[in-house]
Design a protein around this ligand. Sequence first.
Ligand code: NAP
Length: 400
Amino acid sequence: MPEKIYYNDKNELVVPDNPYIPFIEGDGIGPDITAAMKIVIDGAIAKTYNGTKKIEWLEIFAGEKAKTKFDTFLPEETIQAAKDYIVSIKGPLSTPVGGGMRSLNVTLRQRLDLFACVRPVRYFEGVPAPVKHPEKLNVLIYRENTEDLYAGIEWEAGTFEAKKVIAFINDNFNKSILIESGIGIKPMSEFATRRLMRMALKATIRLGRKSVTIVHKGNIMKYTEGAFAKWAYLEAEENFKNETIKEKDITSGMDLKGKIIIKDRIADAMFQQILLRPDEYDILVTPNLNGDYLSDAAAAQVGGLGMAPGANIGKYAMFEATHGTAPKYAGLDKINPGSLILSAVMMLEFLGWTEAAVKITAAIQKTIAQKTVTYDLARQMEGATEIKCSEFAKKIVENL
Ligand code: NAP
């Protein structure tokens, strides 16, 4: 009988052998990649655990499918199910640019307080990449998910609210913002920064990784981005004193065994660093906006968004593909499902089903090495056979 995942009274996650996992199919290519993801995950679990474990998929609705079925893009029941079942997975959801409704992704992250967006970026041998040594990049990005310019506190140019906020700032703080400007607010707090850094440091210790780099633009935005760096360092100093050392405190010949090195880099310099010295970076901790840019740039460096997984984690966890709905490929059974499959691999690791996760990662590597890949990889790989999204999933299962 399927059961719910829950937290016990010691606040530990308890995962039954037959857990319900809610999924949102998503818009555009969402249905294609969700179907492919389920083929691989179910196949890997069946092959790994001989029928003793099985996921009970439970469809919940958001985006266009929810609008058609329930006349709302994000039903309350969806939020409630993501809370009740704790762990869920979603395909991409479309968002109009420059007006219309608020991003459903941002709303989900905020309503569920999924405060960390976690994105591993690593190279799969054989994937065409734009740099000479893509294998040198292997980072795990912790991006703050609830604050910064993404908090959605902004007003359109010319509105009563925009004018009122601008007039207040100009009159009270001796500033001269043009009254007809649009305006957005960038809140960043010690609370949100420190809980993100805490989660990143715990993962660094658990995974035996070497360094944490705080990425910020504190030279310009001192009281938001600068404070982010200051608070992140404070968390390391106050709660991880024995396990960490600041890069600037390292002297030559010092024994660094068992110490996590805490570095910080200005965001623009960091974009150069991941290209020029990728192997010097390990875990990256970033504010919301910088993290969004940096994770896509890093993903491109190892071969593109088709293979970049992600998760949004707080008390609840929602795993998701990092790319969008790629509308021109919707329903063509063409797109690369790798991002959502690898997000589901992260989900299996989160559930503690690591044996299945390891098997899938190896099978993906094997499938790419055989050069049987979707269009995005095939168009850049010499001698590759282009296969459909669903065929790619089946090939991975064969290679498990
Ligand atoms: P996109 O959907 O990510 O697609 C941009 C391009 O990236 C595609 O045309 C394709 O490039 C490539 N790509 C994306 N996913 C791929 C995959 N699985 N396999 C291979 N290539 C892939 O970005 P967008 O066109 O800017 O956004 C479309 C919509 O998605 C927007 O409404 C946006 O708001 C939304 N979005 C949602 C999320 C989310 O739900 N988390 C995230 C980002 C964007 P080629 O054309 O070169 O093949």
